[in-house]
Design a protein around this ligand. Structure first.
Ligand code: ZN
Length: 515
């Protein structure tokens, strides 16, 4: 066996463990009776410890050393070389994190999540604060262990979004703010009807499911390697490219939640199903630092695909001009008095709201900026845990013009901090921005792309995305993917142009708004 083959064999076993973790996680979120929770937690932690132990072992180090000397002459873009490089850089970081810190984070997380679940409905931040404060201290220690140049936040950005720094992020955010705030003001001043009420009629869930799955398949989701189930919080998860599952949540009195949720998770699933078969069980489908079997280049790159299919395709006028008649035939009574323009406006309703996961395309990124500023402040000590509710409410007023009436719909709404996930929020906005650049590049390479989309032919878009992004797995960094496709690193302009064009058309400047 060659050194690279030995390396790949060992990595394959780590990937097997992490795919099994994914199976157990999928099961616990879709099938498992509540009684199974305690022992399932043990099973997951045993498997994760095995995976982490293997990855940080001296044996792994030896295998990487030997594989490195074997692949050093390979082409700089070859998957072999990239696999070894990717394992090497994760290995160096993982070895810097003390195992005692990993263990303490895991223990604290279990308790903090439980307390958060109780504190959230009661809006009782004071109950959660004593559990959040030590989490923040542990995150600071983790950042120190990983290492950073400017700001502790950079350590987490390195993990989730290689190439991104807090400095680049603040430039990106100020560009976005400069574009989004005037757009939002204009939309709010327009006074045009949004027709949001047409989505709040009674829509039987089996029919919602049928329509969502029909579209997922039209986009290219392969059900011989996938399935759709129900869970409280929708997600996509893969156990290699051969089995990529999605979930959604149905609300009988709200049509948009499940349908766009399915489009979103389908975007994630297309990424995973599109990974090159040769990368199965490889370092290029393994996130060694997050201990997660995944084929996407970064959190942001993955999110770019869910948002591209959900929003740029699924919320476009072209999409609904084509598919609204089908939806109407499935819900003939509910949609009898609705025309396609009303429906298009309804699914693109913009309004500042309290809850991030319910936010529209225009306001969503403002929710992310608020969270990112707070996370950075917690890590550098400029914000104390005790002042979080007032800081949160102040920023909500500043960014969105709304003040949460209580902490349930305010500072306690997201699970992330109780789980010890700091630094993942900005990847959602990075995903939006990347989606704008990828769409622009796909259009440039395929002049007939919009005609094809208008006819419901998603193959040219899926083919371009697979060829340029999906098949590479984690071989290229997000910045490399952007450079290779658009010729530029992360740029806010294409995404802002997309929003300005779409919402400028939905909410044209009138005499009253021109002021
Ligand atoms: Zn997503």
């Amino acid at each position: 066996m060659s050194a690279f083959e030995e390396f790949s064999d060992y990595v394959g076993q780590i990937n097997d463990l992490l795919c099994t973790v994914n199976v157990l996680n999928w099961d616990s979120r879709t099938q498992m009776p509540s009684g199974g929770a305690a022992t399932r937690g043990k099973q997951l932690s045993t498997l994760l410890q095995l995976a982490q132990g293997r990855f940080t072992s001296a044996e792994m180090g030896r295998l990487i050393d030997r594989a490195e000397s074997e692949v050093q002459g390979d082409d700089a873009d070859s998957y072999r070389l990239r696999a070894v490089q990717s394992a090497r850089s994760a290995f160096e970081i993982a070895r810097r994190i003390p195992s005692a810190l990993v263990a303490e984070l895991a223990t604290r997380k279990t308790v903090a999540e439980q307390v958060w679940e109780e504190a959230k409905p009661a809006g009782d931040f004071a109950r959660f604060a004593p559990y959040l404060a030590p989490m923040v201290e542990l995150q600071k220690q983790l950042a120190d262990a990983i290492g950073y140049d400017d700001h502790p936040y950079d350590a987490f950005l390195t993990m989730y979004e290689p190439g991104m720094t807090s400095q680049r992020l603040s430039v990106l955010f100020s560009e976005l703010k400069a574009g989004l705030l005037p757009l939002l003001q204009r939309i709010q001043a327009s006074g045009l009807p949004h027709h949001g009420e047409v989505l709040a009629r009674h829509f039987p869930v089996e029919t919602q499911r049928a329509f969502g799955l029909e579209i997922a398949q039209e986009f290219g989701y392969d059900l011989s390697r996938g399935r759709l189930d129900v869970s409280a919080h929708p997600f996509e998860i893969s156990f290699t490219r051969q089995d990529v599952r999605i979930t959604t949540r149905y609300q009988p009195n709200y049509l948009a939640g499940a349908i766009f949720g399915i489009f979103h998770e389908t975007g994630h699933a297309l990424y995973e199903q599109g990974v090159d078969p040769s990368l199965t069980r490889s370092a290029l489908t393994t996130d060694f630092l997050s201990l997660y079997a995944v084929g996407g280049a970064s959190f942001g790159a993955h999110e770019s695909q869910s948002r591209l299919w959900e929003n740029q395709v699924g919320r476009s006028r072209a999409f609904w001009l084509l598919h609204f008649p089908r939806l109407q035939s499935l819900f003939p009574q509910q949609l009898a008095d609705v025309d396609v323009e009303m429906f298009y406006r309804a699914v693109n309703r913009v309004r500042p709201s309290l809850i991030r996961v319910e936010a529209d395309e225009v306001t969503y990124n403002l929710h992310i900026m608020l969270r990112t500023e707070i996370e950075m402040g917690l890590l550098d000590g400029s914000i104390a845990v005790a002042e979080l509710p007032s800081v949160w409410n102040g920023k909500m007023e500043e960014f969105l013009g709304v003040t949460p009436p209580n902490n349930t719909v305010g500072v306690l709404q997201d699970v992330h901090w109780s789980s010890g996930h700091f630094g993942t929020f900005p990847t959602y906005t990075i995903g939006n921005v990347m989606a704008g650049q990828f769409m622009q590049a796909a259009r440039r390479d395929n002049p007939g792309l919009d005609d094809a989309l208008a006819q419901g032919n998603y193959q040219p878009l899926l083919g371009w995305l697979t060829e340029n992004i999906y098949r590479h797995g984690r071989a290229f960094s997000p910045q490399e993917l952007l450079l290779r496709t658009s010729g530029q690193t992360l740029q806010a302009a294409p995404y802002l142009e997309y929003l300005q064009q779409k919402y400028g058309d939905l909410y044209p400047v009138t005499q009253s708004t021109a002021l």
